[in-house]
Design a protein around this ligand. Structure first.
Ligand SMILES: Cc1cc2nc3c(=O)[nH]c(=O)nc-3n(C[C@H](O)[C@H](O)[C@H](O)COP(=O)(O)OP(=O)(O)OC[C@H]3O[C@@H](n4cnc5c(N)ncnc54)[C@H](O)[C@@H]3O)c2cc1C
Length: 449
């Protein structure tokens, strides 16, 4: 890959056009969730418009590792993820773009017996749901991924898990959505919802108004800020996650693998995408303080997983100076930041490349061809909100994918398309209800890995 991240503010607009006066459904946000929602709405014959403030897939949906994994999921996400696996295969066959979809498996390498015990517990969940996850012994691990300098206690391995190239895949899905009748407009921020007598009547964008009775909010790291302007509280924060891409190297493993120091995944161009597995950084801002009580369970469970930084750069969703309230006739925070493009943590880029070289000492020398970061939108219980909003009829929320929304995206999009048009989703969604933050429920982290 090139030294510059593939989707930037300089990327030409692909999806343009005049704003329609009306739509059956408006989707806010052109990441994998919004794009797949628009795709399935269009397939069901609805007039759908997707509005994206920057470029399709310019934020999390292009910046992720590209793992399409069932492994380690929350038990309530697993049936949805199994559907997503099938959908990825179907959708990949419907586009003439090679999205790099490959069934290479996902492997978690256990550093000690405690990790093995967690993996064994999760394997039972997989087995109950007919997922082909296996526990590997030390010897089996060595033969699955040969030539590693480190000996592991064993591993958790799901052969049916896949990978794809995020910055290619999501724009390709947007192409399918448009072919199926969706309208997508880039460079168009939705400033506010148009609400009359407690119901949605339209959306107010920087380019004008669209009349609609149904809106799906799939705004990634911006969703809680968007909702706050309407007095709707969502305890969602975003954390910075750093990634590095290597130059082309011999194949060490076809899929994605991770230990406690480095995660790696072969890309279609022959390089590896590397990341520091369990590490991320939170820029502390007003929402972080406000949401702290809800996040305490997560903090206690993993006190060292998050590094705290005093303040977000200007214009970030939870920066101290970011407006919390605005009117539709003023420039909104969304136009001020067309693409959230955090600077990667240079120290971590060095650490993960060192770890990867140490782990595979036989690999030839390589360079980091590109490093980037993304702001992961995370929820206190690490599962998303997929629900309609009782207090504001016409609003459906699909956000807070908590670092694992790329793989599951197609199925979540299909579900949101159903919810927004008043139909059964075909999945149990209680775990993902919006009211869990206000109905006195404890924040349940579940057995996800
Ligand atoms: C470093 C990293 C690694 C990851 N690895 C994986 C992985 O391997 N596997 C996996 O499954 N997941 C992974 N994830 C998580 C995954 O990328 C996300 O969960 C997923 O992409 C979220 O999709 P989304 O559509 O909800 O949000 P996004 O992709 O962030 O899209 C939201 C979009 O909404 C737009 N928007 C926001 N507000 C407005 C507005 N008012 N008007 C118009 N547009 C608006 C934004 O510009 C943005 O483009 C990773 C994430 C990161 C950052």
């Amino acid at each position: 890959m090139t030294a510059v991240f593939p989707i930037t503010a300089a990327t030409p607009v692909t999806f343009a056009g005049a704003l329609p006066d009306t739509a059956d459904v408006v989707v806010i946000g052109g990441g994998v969730i919004g794009v797949c929602t628009a795709l399935f709405l269009a397939r069901d014959g609805h007039r759908v418009v997707l509005l994206e403030k920057g470029r399709i897939s310019a934020e999390q949906s292009s910046r992720n590792w590209g793992w399409i994994r069932q492994q380690g999921r929350d038990p309530d996400e697993l049936p949805i993820m199994k559907e997503a696996n099938e959908l990825w295969r179907q959708l990949a066959a419907e586009t003439n773009v090679d999205i790099g979809l490959t069934q290479g498996g996902v492997t978690y390498l256990a550093s000690d017996a405690a990790a093995m015990a967690r993996y064994e517990a999760w394997q039972k969940i997989a087995s109950d749901q007919d997922v082909d996850t296996r526990i590997l012994s030390q010897k089996q691990t060595d033969s699955l991924i040969p030539n590693m300098s480190r000996r592991y206690a064993g591993a958790l391995y799901t052969p049916s898990d896949m990978r794809a190239e995020p910055w290619v895949a999501v724009p390709a899905l947007a192409g399918i959505a448009v072919r199926d009748g969706a309208q997508i407009i880039e460079n168009c921020a939705v400033r506010c919802l148009d609400v009359e007598t407690g119901r949605i009547k339209g959306v107010l964008t920087e380019k004008g108004r669209i009349e609609t009775s149904q809106v799906v909010l799939a705004g990634g790291a911006w969703s809680s800020l968007f909702l706050a302007n309407h007095g709707i509280k969502l305890p969602q924060l975003s954390v910075r996650a750093t990634v590095a891409a290597t130059t082309r190297l011999p194949v060490v493993f076809q899929g994605g693998a991770a230990d406690d120091k480095v995660a790696y995944r072969l890309r279609k161009d022959g390089g590896y995408t590397l990341a520091p597995g369990g590490f991320h950084e939170l820029f502390v801002g007003p929402s972080a303080f406000r949401s702290l009580p809800k996040f305490l369970t997560q903090l206690r469970a993993d006190p060292f997983g998050t590094r705290f930084l005093p303040a977000a750069p200007k214009g970030y969703p939870d920066a101290w100076g970011t407006a919390r309230r605005w009117d539709a006739d003023k420039v909104s925070p969304f136009e001020d930041m067309r693409i959230l493009n955090p600077r990667p943590n240079a120290g971590k880029v060095q650490t993960i490349t060192d770890e990867f070289s140490r782990l595979f000492p036989d690999l030839p020398d390589f360079r980091v061809s590109c490093a980037w970061a993304g702001m992961i939108d995370t929820m206190p219980d690490l599962v998303p909100v997929i629900d309609t909003v009782a207090a504001l009829p016409g609003l459906t929320i699909g956000t807070g994918m908590s670092g694992h929304g790329f793989g599951i995206g197609p199925a979540i999009g299909r579900i949101l398309a159903r919810l927004a048009t008043g139909r059964e989703s075909g999945h149990a969604l209680t775990r993902f209800r919006f009211s869990r933050f206000t109905d006195g429920s404890a924040m349940d982290l579940g057995p996800a890995l």
